[in-house]
Ligand binder design. Structure first.
Ligand SMILES: [Zn+2]
Length: 512
């Protein structure tokens, strides 16, 4: 089975901030989780590089647009490397392969009579790269996002007949039994989209004249494709459209497009309409997440309260930063974060619960068995209880992108093992029954191995380390793939008797 997941391609007018990182980490965790579940995963991210905004920014900096894009795009790639993002491709819209895909789609739509020329006059915001109707501007006649006055522009452009897709889109979004159903999530935003769709659709401007930094229309080279057309098509370029039919057929349609809510309309209405026009299958799920504020304030460069991914990694380390980013608030609604909240979650989940479980178990193994648990009759009851808890809620929440809930289930499994240790009172067993103690410590290691396999998608590097520390055999990814396929704990467990355990050191130092 295949699984194709995408992040938006990020516009190169900005450096990567926590918003980009949030979407990308969530996509990465999903991609890793699906790989562990034996899916053939294609995970795509990249950069959106065309448009007037970029050529103007380049001019200001005395660079060519191409140079500016190279520089900015590299910053995104470096950040994804830092965050251990496992994308299978990184697409840039200024690449040749993307020109070919855009030209192909645009020509197809033109041949089908879905693109027509029209003289247009309107209020244009350069910041947004779009025209605004009067009713969409604020009370002072300014762009609602940039708080600047749009400029009156008159152009002869090509338009896309979006209006003719209203009924088709409504059917596909509302009817879950439609064979081309698009699952727009979360539900509140799906309802907003449906409400807006019912009001009717206007044809949309499809090209710009006099914007050189873009992809020329194949049938009229004096115009370039509008940056939104150009950007959306990246999702099919990267999987081989139009020249690698085998690859394209293998991965398309996308299983999930992820994005922030401000671009949900483009992904749930305009993009499907373009695909319908070109007679291509539609994405299965379009899932948007909310915006977040920091201590109740909107993050902005001018206020200077933007959290960078580098800061997050600096404070908690890569693995914990990934875990915290996706567990602090639900994926979907808006949320508020704070450094205090992040640190509290770090201390509660990672330092106190998981970190404590690992360190106390290994300390027992060191003190009583010199880091080699003797051969014991494997007691798998605790590991099976842990597996039971996880089976209940973990996979369902992961598959539904409720990563914070999946992490809660994981934490409750960790708590269960910590409580079992207290109930067993191993410090007493050390004095009375050393064989029984060996069997108990062994059972904690088994439970830890089950926990580790579920933690792997969130914290890939640290979890591999935990796997070694607890003396578990083999490569954790391979073992986890087998475990998730058949759901069975091997007869002798995952850790081996007489394996060399390791002193973990402090994996999650408490932060005060
Ligand atoms: Zn604007």
């Amino acid at each position: 089975m295949k699984f194709y997941i995408t992040t938006p391609i990020y516009y190169v007018n900005d450096i990567p901030h926590i918003g980009h990182s949030y979407t990308t980490i969530a996509a990465d965790i999903m991609a890793r989780w699906k790989r562990l579940n034996n899916f053939d995963v294609f995970f795509l991210t990249g950069t959106d590089e065309h448009g007037a905004k970029i050529s103007e920014a380049a001019k200001v900096k005395g660079k060519s647009p191409k140079n500016l894009c190279d520089e900015m795009s590299a910053k995104f790639r470096e950040t994804w490397e830092l965050l251990n993002i496992s994308n299978d491709d990184f697409i840039r819209t200024a690449e040749r392969r993307h020109f070919i895909a855009v030209e192909n789609i645009v020509q197809t739509l033109f041949d089908k009579g879905l693109i027509f020329k029209k003289k247009y006059k309107g209020m244009y915001c350069v910041g947004c790269e779009r025209f605004y109707a009067k009713k969409d501007l604020d009370e002072k006649g300014r762009c609602p996002f940039h708080k600047t006055k749009p400029i009156l522009q008159s152009e002869e452009n090509y338009f896309f007949k979006l209006s003719s897709f209203q009924d088709g889109l409504l059917e596909r979004i509302t009817d879950i039994n439609h064979k081309e159903h698009i699952d727009v999530r979360p539900e509140e935003r799906r309802n907003e989209i449906i409400g807006k769709l019912k009001l009717g659709l206007e044809d949309v401007s499809f090209s710009r004249s006099a914007i050189e930094w873009g992809i020329p229309l194949p049938f009229d080279k004096s115009q370039t494709a509008y940056v939104w057309v150009d950007a959306l098509i990246n999702y099919i370029t990267a999987i081989g459209y139009p020249n690698d039919e085998t690859k394209f057929k293998k991965y398309w349609p996308a299983d999930i497009h992820l994005m922030a809510k401000d671009i949900l309309w483009f992904h749930s209405v305009i993009w499907p309409a373009v695909l319908m026009g070109a007679e291509l299958p539609l994405p299965k799920t379009v899932y948007s997440h909310g915006f977040f504020t920091l201590n109740g304030d909107k993050m902005s460069k001018s206020i200077g309260n933007v959290i960078s991914p580098q800061e997050l990694v600096g404070a908690y380390g890569v693995d914990a930063a990934r875990y915290l980013a996706v567990t602090l608030m639900p994926f979907g609604p808006d949320g508020d974060i704070s450094w205090q909240g992040l640190t509290l979650k770090y201390n509660t989940d990672l330092a106190n619960n998981l970190g404590n479980l690992i360190s106390r178990t290994l300390k027992m193994a060191e003190k009583n068995f010199n880091l080699k648990i003797p051969q014991v009759v494997p007691d798998l009851e605790l590991a099976k209880n842990v597996a039971g808890i996880l089976k209940e809620g973990f996979a369902r929440n992961m598959d539904g992108l409720q990563l914070h809930k999946a992490a809660e289930v994981l934490q409750s499994a960790i708590t269960l093992v910590n409580r079992q240790i207290e109930a067993d009172a191993p410090w007493k067993l050390a004095k009375t029954d050393i064989n029984k103690l060996a069997a108990r410590v062994y059972s904690y290691l088994q439970a830890l191995a089950v926990i580790a396999m579920h933690l792997l998608a969130f914290m890939p590097t640290l979890t591999e380390k935990i796997w070694q520390i607890i003396g578990a055999a083999g490569n954790i990814s391979d073992i986890a793939k087998k475990y998730f396929a058949d759901g069975v704990i091997p007869e002798n467990g995952f850790s081996i008797s007489n394996a060399d355990l390791q002193i973990p050191g402090i994996l999650f130092p408490r932060i005060s």
